[in-house]
Design a protein around this ligand. Structure first.
Ligand code: PEP
Length: 256
């Protein structure tokens, strides 16, 4: 399958930014700028408190709304958590799982990433599953081992037919929020590696159909050359997604 046959997904991760009123304004501005840009899926992953406002503001536009985490249990005594059913009923279509900030600050492990991914997929959400090496691992020359291991552990037990709703985001931790971007060749090398691991776990066809994003200081200045790489099928964008004009330019770069 050629890259052009895979769905390109440009997703913003707002992290802990934007009150509901700010979210409404940002979504309306983004939607106006990306109107008719149907060469990729456009997603904004918002804080839980913004979901209702965001879904309403995005209605009738080509902006889809995502959340930034999901719990793996369906319901119960899990104070502060949000279930997949709560998200789908609220109109959320995508969810980020395993972001490096969740792994770094909130004790997320490959086991919990896998459980959250499975819960999201079972509920019909499109899951953006993040993985990537930290700086010390890259410097030690073990990026391949780390990323392969994460891919295998995070996908454990997920049946091939559910991969149609899965996106893997390769996010080298050293590039997130730092202004340091992986070079297009570095991004391509690891996205290609992830695709090979997926082919080994499932099939060539499943791997070829899988959308694999790059994330890490992607912005309106570097998006085009990153997205030009054959195995880079979109981006997960933090800082630049907070500014509708910058985010829209990344969407423009994905229209090829
Ligand atoms: C992210 O939050 O996933 C991210 C890639 O952030 P930034 O674009 O700010 O590096």
């Amino acid at each position: 399958m050629k890259k052009t046959s895979r769905r390109v997904v440009i997703a913003g991760n707002w992290k802990m930014n934007m009150t509901p009123s700010a979210a409404k304004a940002a979504i309306e501005a983004t939607a106006a700028l990306v109107k008719g840009k149907d060469g990729c899926d456009v997603v904004l992953c918002v804080p839980f408190i913004d979901v209702a406002t965001a879904v309403e503001a995005a209605r009738g536009t080509n902006v889809k709304i995502g959340a930034q985490n999901v719990h793996f249990e369906k319901k119960g005594a899990f104070t502060g958590e949000i279930s997949a059913d709560m998200l789908t009923e609220a109109g959320v279509e995508y969810v980020i799982v395993g972001h490096s900030e969740r792994r770094q600050y909130f004790g997320e492990t490959d086991e919990t990433v896998n459980k959250r991914t499975r819960a999201g997929l079972d509920a019909g959400l499109k899951v953006i599953m993040c993985l990537g090496e930290v700086l010390a691992e890259r410097q030690a020359g073990i990026t391949e081992e780390i990323v392969s291991m994460q891919t295998k552990l995070d996908l454990a037990g997920i049946p091939e037919e559910q991969l149609k709703n899965l996106i893997i985001a390769y996010e080298p931790v050293w590039a997130i929020g730092t202004g340091l971007t992986a070079t297009p060749d570095q991004a391509e090398e690891v996205c290609c590696l992830i695709r090979k691991v997926v082919a080994g776990l499932y099939s060539e066809a499943a791997a070829e159909a899988l959308t694999i994003q790059y994330g890490g200081s992607m912005n309106d200045g570097n998006a085009a050359e990153l997205l030009a790489k054959v195995d880079v099928d979109g981006g997960l964008i933090g800082g630049a997604s907070l500014v509708p004009e910058k985010f829209a330019k990344i969407v423009d770069a994905a229209q090829a």
